[in-house]
Design a protein around this ligand. Structure first.
Ligand SMILES: [Cu+2]
Length: 493
C-alpha cells in the first residue's frame, strides 16, 4: 500500500524530485549562444509528472472512495466573461466553459458521477478512451440520454497515458462550451523532464452584435478563445528562463488551428493518442491542431522575452470581426435570431430572404431566446464617437492629447488615396488599449500599451529571467486567488 508521501508524489508530482530539478535550473551562467544550443537537451536527472496547468480554467477536484478517484461532473449553464467587453451565456461544467480539467494517473480506477442540470438531454463522450462501450457516452447507442435532472455514472480503469477529452456527444452542445480535458499522467514519467506543463483549449464562438448567446449553427466565428478567453484577456504562460516547457493544445471546434510560437523551436511529442516515441518527434514553430486532435509540443525556454503564442489564421487573431448579413440596427418587433428553419436559410413568406429589408441580423437561431429576443431593439447603427466609446467600457479612453496626436500621425496624410486602406489602422493600436481592464499578476512588467495589439487566439509565453520570474510568481502568490489554475506551480515555486 502506498504511503502518504508516495501518494502525493504520484498524484501531484510533488516531493524531493522537484527540489533537485530546481537546483538543476540554477545552473552556472551561460552565454546566450550556449543557451540557444540547449534546444534539445537530454536531461539525465530525475523525471516526475508535474500537474498540468489549464490557465483561466483550472481542475476538477476529486475525492477518494477506497482506491477509486471520484469526480463529480455537472453540466450546467455558465456565464463567462471572455473579454472585458463580452460576457457570454454558455453551457459548460461545474461553473466553467470549457469545463475544468480532470487529471488522473495511469493505473487509477476512476469514477465520474455526471449530473445533467441542462434543460435538454445530453451524455458525455470520453474521447480517445479504450474502454467498454457502456462508458463511451453515445446517447441512445451506448447509454440512454441523460435527461434534465438525471445522472449517469461512468467508471474507468485508466491504462492509457496522454491528453484526452470529455465532451457532450451532441454537436451543438459541444459548440456551446461542453468540453474539457482529461489528462492521464504516465506511470513512467516522460523524458526529458518538463518543468512546466500547460494545456490550451482552442475554441471559437459566433456571436451576433448585442447578443450573449453563441450561434452554434453559424460558421463565421468572430470570437476566438484560448481556454475561454480572447486576448488580451487570456492569461500568459509564465515560465522561468531555462525551463523545459510542455504545451498541450486541444481543439474541439469547427476549424483547424495552426499554433505558432515566437522565438523558439519546439518538438511535437504527443497527439490525442498519447506520447510519440522520440524518434518520431518533429521540429517546428507552428503545429497544426486539427479538429478533435491534441498536439503536445515541448521546448527549452532558453530565449528570454514575452513571446507570442497564437493561432496563425489571420481572422483568428481578431476580436469581434465578422460580416453579418442583414441590418445591424433593428427596431423592436423586427425578426432576429430566428428559428431553426430561418437559420438554415429556409425562409418562407415575406420578405423571403435573410438579406431582406424586413429582417434584423439573423444568421441563425438563438438558444432559449436569451439575449436575442425579437422585442429587443439593437443600435449598432451609426453612433456618435462618445456613444461608441461608452459601449466599450473596457478600453482606456483617457488618452493624453499627445497620445491622440501620435495616433493621428500614425496614418499617412494621403491614406485615403491608397488602395486597400485601411486594413488594421483602426483595429489594432492605441485605441484598443485595455491594459488596466485585463490587469493581473501574470501581465506584470509587460510594455505599456501591449493589449492594443493582442486579440483572438493569442497569449504570451513569458520566458522570464530568474529575478523577474520570482517577482511575477510572488505577485501571483500575493493575489491569493481561489481555485487558482496556477496553484500547483505556485506551491512548487
Ligand atoms: Cu485558428
Amino acid at each position: 500500500m502506498a504511503n502518504r508521501r508516495s501518494f502525493l508524489q504520484s498524484a501531484f508530482g510533488l516531493g524531493a524530485a522537484f527540489l533537485s530539478a530546481n537546483k538543476l535550473c540554477a545552473s552556472t551562467p551561460q552565454s546566450a549562444a550556449e543557451q540557444l544550443k540547449r534546444k534539445r537537451t537530454r536531461d539525465r536527472g530525475a523525471a516526475f509528472n508535474v500537474p498540468v496547468v489549464t490557465t483561466d480554467v483550472g481542475d476538477l477536484a476529486y475525492t477518494m472512495d477506497g482506491n477509486t478517484k471520484v469526480f463529480h461532473l455537472v453540466a450546467e449553464v455558465v456565464k463567462r466573461q471572455i473579454h472585458p467587453d463580452k460576457t457570454l451565456d454558455l453551457w459548460g461544467f461545474n461553473g466553467s466553459a470549457p469545463g475544468p480539467s480532470i487529471q488522473v494517473n495511469q493505473g487509477d480506477h476512476v469514477r465520474v458521477i455526471f449530473d445533467n442540470h441542462l434543460p435538454e438531454p445530453t451524455s458525455i463522450h470520453w474521447h480517445g478512451f479504450e474502454d467498454t462501450i457502456q462508458n463511451d457516452g453515445q446517447p441512445a447507442i451506448s447509454q440512454p440520454p441523460v435527461k434534465p435532472g438525471g445522472r449517469f455514472v461512468y467508471e474507468f480503469d485508466i491504462h492509457q497515458e496522454g491528453t484526452y477529452f470529455y465532451h457532450s456527444h451532441m454537436a451543438m452542445q459541444e459548440m456551446a462550451g461542453m468540453l474539457g480535458a482529461f489528462i492521464m499522467h504516465p506511470k513512467e514519467p516522460y523524458r526529458p523532464h518538463c518543468d512546466k506543463d500547460f494545456l490550451i483549449h482552442l475554441q471559437e464562438y459566433a456571436v451576433l452584435p448585442n447578443n450573449t448567446v453563441p450561434n452554434t449553427m453559424n460558421m463565421e466565428f468572430n470570437w476566438l478563445v484560448f481556454n475561454g478567453k480572447a486576448a488580451p484577456a487570456s492569461t500568459p504562460l509564465i515560465v522561468r528562463l531555462g525551463d523545459r516547457v510542455r504545451i498541450r493544445f486541444v481543439n474541439l471546434g469547427m476549424d483547424h488551428h495552426p499554433m505558432h510560437l515566437h522565438g523558439h523551436t519546439f518538438y511535437t511529442t504527443g497527439t490525442e493518442g498519447g506520447r510519440i516515441p522520440e524518434a518520431g518527434w518533429w521540429p517546428g514553430n507552428t503545429v497544426l491542431v486539427g479538429v478533435a486532435q491534441a498536439r503536445t509540443v515541448e521546448f527549452v525556454a532558453n530565449n528570454p522575452g514575452d513571446w507570442m503564442i497564437h493561432c496563425h489564421l489571420p481572422h483568428h487573431m481578431m476580436n469581434q470581426m465578422s460580416s453579418v448579413a442583414g441590418k445591424m440596427t433593428r427596431a423592436a418587433g423586427m425578426p432576429a435570431g430566428g428559428a431553426m428553419n430561418t437559420g438554415m436559410g429556409m425562409l418562407t413568406g415575406e420578405p423571403g430572404a435573410p438579406m431582406g429589408e424586413g429582417y434584423g441580423p439573423a444568421l441563425g437561431r438563438g438558444l432559449g431566446g436569451v439575449g436575442n429576443a425579437n422585442e429587443t431593439p439593437s443600435t449598432n447603427g451609426p453612433l456618435s464617437q462618445q456613444k461608441a466609446m461608452d459601449a466599450m467600457p473596457g478600453m482606456q479612453h483617457n488618452m493624453s492629447e499627445k497620445q491622440m496626436a501620435d495616433m493621428a500621425s500614425d496614418v499617412a496624410q494621403n491614406a485615403n488615396d491608397v488602395p486597400n486602406f485601411p486594413q488594421d489602422a483602426y483595429m489594432e493600436g492605441p485605441m484598443m488599449v485595455m491594459d488596466e481592464a485585463v490587469e493581473r499578476p501574470e501581465n506584470y512588467g509587460l510594455n505599456a500599451g501591449w493589449s492594443g495589439f493582442m486579440q483572438g487566439m493569442m497569449t504570451f509565453v513569458r520566458v522570464l529571467p530568474p529575478e523577474k520570474y520570482d517577482e511575477v510568481i510572488s505577485r501571483m502568490k500575493q493575489a491569493n486567488r481561489p481555485n487558482d489554475p496556477y496553484k500547483t506551480i505556485l506551491e512548487r515555486a
